[in-house]
Design a protein around this ligand. Structure first.
Ligand code: PEP
Ligand code: MN
Length: 367
């Protein structure tokens, strides 16, 4: 996908010197709520786009699913009365057609739609060759190529003003966040397509109000181009995603506190110090790799023994014992249980794969 031309500087044209800020309620609930929120946001030049969901993809039936077409004139009014640009989610060709008819400026593809190439393609066909701005949320599952594929479908349909929204990835076990950020996936996207603006949606990642500021600062440090943040005049009474919405006043406070950090150290003393630490880190990394390779060799020796004695690769008790020892040792040196579990699961997985190669006569070069 050639993306040099795609940026067209659309986000700079809208936001100028600020990061692009898209704010507004999860759902357009009433005309009053939509207009009141928009007016409270519009008096700040650091907020340039108003968002509101008119068709709501709800995980379970029986919840408010949006007013649909009826809410589109409310957004027209937002544009006329405040000068903000307006953004809505579209999930099929019919939504796309209505969005074009009602002169919506920015269309976003939700996380439950970007997983579906059929839906993405029919939307792309409907808005083909228009100058609409299209923002593609990452699919709910952590699949970078599916995300890229959705972007490609719009690019091929002649949409030049593209962007992506990082809204985190769903997880089976409830963790610290509603959707795990998995920054590495978004950063891979950013590295491959540096000309496509990337926007953070901390609301759907956090699922709660108290970490939106922190999450946004991380994105700013990683040179994201903008934010989409759910904002409601009375968040606790919101008809959807109440826990994660913030008031326009709180949003402005967060923007004020966001700090544009320097990307590089400038002071020579600090540069010396950081080089000193980095050298030591490089040495330790070299040692870690050497130790890991030695550990894998031992695992391979065990694999050979298992093969001669016809014993299964996976030994649950032994695995439990390794993990418990590691967690205990980690605790003594202040390494978190979560971190140890991640590292040792990866090491264990690699050992199993190496042993299986031995047991099933696979060639190492097959891997
Ligand atoms: C939303 O932005 O309101 C929304 C439904 O988001 P997502 O597609 O990220 O779940
Ligand atoms: Mn929402």
């Amino acid at each position: 996908m050639k993306t040099k031309k795609t940026l067209g500087n659309w986000q700079e044209k809208i936001a100028g010197k600020y990061p692009l800020m898209i704010a507004g309620p999860c759902s357009a609930e009433t005309e009053y709520q939509v207009l009141k929120t928009a007016h409270q946001l519009a008096n700040d030049p650091r907020i340039q786009v108003f968002r509101a969901g008119v068709w709501k993809p709800r995980t379970r039936p029986g919840n408010f699913e949006g007013h649909g077409e009826k809410a589109l004139p409310w957004l027209k009014k937002v544009k006329e009365e405040t000068g903000l640009k307006v953004a809505i989610e579209i999930a099929n060709a019919e939504h796309a057609r209505m969005a074009l008819e009602n002169d919506i400026d920015i269309l976003w593809i939700g996380a439950r739609t970007s997983v579906n190439p059929f839906a993405v393609q029919e939307i792309a066909n409907t808005i083909k060759n228009t100058d609409k701005i299209v923002l593609i949320k990452n699919p709910i599952n952590p699949d970078l190529s599916l995300w890229i594929g959705a972007v490609e479908r719009f690019f091929q349909a002649g949409i030049q003003n593209l962007g992506v929204i990082h809204r985190g990835f769903s997880n089976f076990r409830p963790g610290n966040y509603r959707n795990e950020p998995q920054w590495q996936i978004a950063l891979r996207f950013k590295k491959e397509y540096p000309n496509i603006p990337i926007i953070l949606d901390p609301s759907h990642i956090c699922g709660r109000r108290d970490c939106i500021d922190e999450m946004s600062q991380t994105a700013l440090d990683l040179k994201y181009h903008g934010f989409m943040i759910e904002t409601h005049i009375s968040p606790d009474e919101a008809w959807s995603d109440a826990k994660q919405q913030i008031t326009p006043t709180r949003l402005k406070e967060i923007i004020t506190k966001l700090c544009l950090r320097k990307q590089q150290f400038q002071d020579p003393d600090a540069i010396d110090k950081i080089n000193f630490y980095r050298k030591q880190i490089n040495q330790l990394d070299d040692e870690l790799i050497k130790l890991l390779s030695e550990r894998m060799e031992l695992a391979q020796n065990i694999g050979k023994l298992k093969k001669t004695k016809n014993v299964a690769v996976l030994q649950e008790n032994r695995w439990g014992e390794i993990m418990n020892r590691a967690i205990e040792n980690g605790k003594k040196v202040k390494l978190s249980k979560k971190f140890i579990e991640k590292i040792f699961s990866a090491i264990h997985q690699e050992s199993i794969e190496k042993q299986e190669i031995i047991l099933h006569h696979k060639k190492l070069s097959d891997k």
